[in-house]
Design a protein around this ligand. Structure first.
Ligand SMILES: Nc1ncnc2c1ncn2[C@@H]1O[C@H](COP(=O)(O)OP(=O)(O)OP(=O)(O)O)[C@@H](O)[C@H]1O
Ligand SMILES: [Mg+2]
Length: 451
């Protein structure tokens, strides 16, 4: 970022403009020059500058006013003020108005270079501050990837090969199969590892909020936009952006997203300035995106842009040999967390866990172990500490309630509900589990008024 930084010099004296420009260009920066405040603000509105060097005494609009306008529009941009000989008061005024630093004329090339370098550093810290707060909230969830099954070996092989590249990756897999974990793994092994990994949950917000979350907005661009906000793409600059549940984005945002991917530029809402962003994209979905393309819910061109490297995570039921490994790992994790010393599982518990279908995949297994650790009274987990998500301890459906057995229809209704829930409402998958065809399932759903 440092050497491609763009710097705006604002000064009405030609000699000053030229010498600053020369010094900074030699450093490899891109430099533009404005001769007065109006011109500077116009240029600032159109282009992104990383640092502004601003003379305080300008014809027309004075430097302090230009400074406050810049800070208002873009608080993250450091402004270095140049003051004339012995005007220390104006320097103080400028610092109070938000200037990052000041140089009193005449200054040496080295003074200018150092000031610009420090300014760029401050800008970086500003963004890292935003990113770190978000990242800290998530870090506790972060874990290592485990698995020795053929399926996971293939996945890890792709991860290894794709990580150092810049390719966009589309991770698919059922809910709880580890999509986010794998996305982080790719980032961690990429050259971008020291820059942010920014997660965007595409299903979480209403459209307008989501748009500002992604692209940012400028102060006053809509009701409620009290301050200028940086979009996730800006925050992720230099790093990786993880677009989770990508199938949820609307067609209009898909169009904007496509533009960003092609041009690598974003525009904050309410602004006409294009901001260059250098981000690697990883997207994830538990839906069949190709199917969404067929149904017209997802743009085909965006689909191809995203799925440069497709990576499918197999469901846990297709790699059951990973279960013991994962159980060990989660036992360790939750022992530590709940200060318990559970050594293992009884044989029948392990057998039950191996037999179970795990519709919620690894997340469900993790939750099951966590609960079992908490509930367990001995140092070995027994069957009574096992509560599966959805299908609770197995036989409850068939047990009598207050001594009365249920009718076949009641059991059928409950069972269909349970399976639908476990399959997140997916009718085709549920029908498969139930061993009936989809049409029959739909008829039964109607008959029992299942929501
Ligand atoms: N291979 C693995 N080894 C160890 N832990 C794993 C593995 N895969 C997933 N996990 C753990 O399982 C949990 C769920 O993983 P993750 O959130 O990445 O899944 P997901 O596919 O993004 O799920 P969803 O679709 O529900 O968002 C996390 O706590 C993660 O650390
Ligand atoms: Mg996820």
């Amino acid at each position: 970022m440092m050497k491609t930084a763009k710097i705006l010099i604002v000064d009405d004296e030609k000699v000053m403009q030229d010498s600053c420009e020369q010094i900074l260009k030699k450093e490899g920066y891109k430099v533009k020059v404005a001769s007065d405040g109006k011109e500077a603000l116009r240029m600032f509105k159109e282009e992104l500058f990383h640092v502004v060097i601003l003379d305080i005494k300008l014809p027309g609009m004075d430097g302090i006013e230009v400074l406050s306008k810049i800070k208002e529009e873009s608080p993250e941009t450091p402004v270095v003020i140049m003051t004339g000989f012995a005007s220390i008061e104006s320097a103080v005024d400028a610092l109070k108005s938000g200037a990052f630093d000041y140089l009193s004329k005449p200054f040496t090339p080295e003074e200018l270079r150092i000031s610009v370098r420090k300014a760029l550093e401050s800008r970086k810290i500003f963004f890292e501050g935003i990113y770190l707060r978000k990242e800290l909230e998530r870090q506790t969830k972060f874990d290592m990837v485990l698995g020795k099954s053929e399926g996971m070996k293939k996945v890890m092989d792709i991860v290894k090969r794709v990580s150092p590249s810049e390719s966009t990756v589309l991770i698919t897999g059922e809910s709880g199969t580890g999509k986010e974990l794998i996305a982080r793994e790719i980032h961690k092994h990429s050259l971008r590892r020291d820059a942010p990994f920014v997660v965007v949950d595409c299903g979480a917000l209403v459209e307008t909020l989501f748009e500002s979350e992604l692209f940012g907005h400028v102060k006053g661009s809509f009701t409620g936009a009290h301050v200028t906000k940086h979009g996730r793409f800006e925050v992720a600059n230099g790093g990786t952006i993880f677009l989770d549940e990508i199938s949820n984005i609307s067609l209009s945002i898909q169009a904007k997203m496509l533009r960003i991917i092609q041009e690598r530029e974003v525009m904050r809402i309410g602004s006409s300035k294009l901001i260059k962003v250098d981000v690697r994209l990883i997207a994830a979905t538990n839906e069949n995106l190709a199917e969404c393309v067929k149904n017209g819910k997802f743009r085909e061109d965006l689909f191809y842009r995203l799925s440069v490297v497709p990576l499918h995570l197999p469901p846990l039921r297709d790699r059951k040999e990973d279960i013991p490994l994962l159980i060990d790992h989660f036992l360790h994790k939750y022992n530590r967390r709940s200060k318990k010393q559970i050594v293992g599982l009884s044989q029948d518990v392990l057998k039950a866990l191996m037999q179970y279908d795990w519709p919620g995949n690894i997340r469900e297994l993790e939750n099951t172990i966590e609960r079992a650790v908490v509930l367990s009274k001995s140092d070995e987990i027994e069957l009574d500490a096992l509560i599966y998500h959805g299908i609770s301890s197995g036989s409850s459906l068939l047990s009598p309630i207050d001594g009365t057995y249920r009718s076949l229809e009641e059991v059928e209704k409950e069972y269909i509900k349970t399976v639908l829930q476990a399959r997140h409402g997916n009718k085709s998958q549920s029908a498969k589990v139930l061993g009936i065809d989809r049409k029959t399932l739909i008829t039964k759903i109607k008959k029992y008024h299942i929501q």
